[in-house]
Design a protein around this ligand. Structure first.
Ligand code: PGA
Length: 254
């Protein structure tokens, strides 16, 4: 079974009401492949989720950028998975390196969050990736395996998970991983799933790449056999996001 190409747009902590409407209007007018070819999910800041959901075309889905680790309650400033369900938000990004590194989210905490979001029926874009220091010391594969294991330890079904490999040194730096570097980690992650989860999950899980993806570099990356899409930051709020979505056709013609 072919893995459907997946494009996530992570808008991070950016934008005004007006700018958000403008991005939505660009997307609404864009010509993109049908939903059988590509699954597209954009992730606005929490405060714009309802606005985006109400204005955006129905063939593009919406994700939150985070959610609380357990049931909501007295957790000032947090947003619960139940609230996302209530708003009809189908996806959430969990374990982004900006949260792991700036907010000290541990592998275990990320694993717990993924498990809780899934238990509430929300699909998860789970992020893993090494820092420059870790890459230079040769520990990339150990780092991403440990991050993935911490999730695997907490969940028993991977159907509603997309794994985003996002090397920290490539995020927002303009320094994209080469297609060979990305392919190597994606293929190793797939082997990890084969050995530690199941052959079926290894074959079916979508592993997407993130880190300085843009309109110019997306096609060559998309052609890599173990790369099933992208999580896009900076370029996801620009018109070139449409070109990135269209890179899905590279797979279709392969
Ligand atoms: P970038 O961000 O595309 O701006 O490098 C990617 C991400 O953080 O998901």
């Amino acid at each position: 079974m072919a893995r459907k190409f997946f494009i996530g747009g992570n808008w991070k902590c950016n934008g005004t009401n007006e700018e958000t409407k403008k991005i939505v209007s660009t997307l609404n007018q864009a010509e993109i492949p049908s939903e059988d070819v590509v699954e597209v999910v954009v992730s606005p800041p929490f405060v714009f989720l309802s606005l985006v959901k109400s204005l955006l075309r129905s063939d593009i889905q919406v994700a939150a950028q985070n959610c609380w680790v357990r049931k909501g309650g007295a957790f000032t400033g947090e947003i619960s998975a139940e609230m996302l369900v209530n708003l009809g938000i189908p996806w959430v990004i969990i374990g982004h390196s900006e949260r792991r590194l700036l907010l000290n989210e541990s592998n275990e905490f990320v694993g717990d969050k993924v498990a809780y979001a899934l238990s509430q029926g929300i699909k998860v874009i789970a992020c893993v990736g090494e820092t420059l220091e870790q890459r230079e010391s040769g520990s990339t594969l150990d780092v991403v395996a440990a991050q993935t294991k911490a999730i695997a330890d907490k969940i028993s079904h991977w159907d509603n998970v997309v794994l985003a490999y996002e090397p920290v040194w490539a995020i927002g730096t303009g320094k994209v991983a080469t297609p060979a570097q990305a392919q190597e980690v994606h293929s190793e992650l797939r082997k990890w799933f084969h050995k530690n989860v199941s052959a079926e999950v290894a074959e079916s899980i979508r592993i997407i790449y993130g880190g300085s993806v843009n309109g110019a570099n997306c096609k060559e990356l998309a052609a890599q056999p173990d790369l099933d899409g992208f999580l896009v930051g900076g370029a996801s709020v620009k018109p070139e996001f449409v070109d990135i979505i269209n890179s899905a056709t590279v797979k279709k013609s392969a």
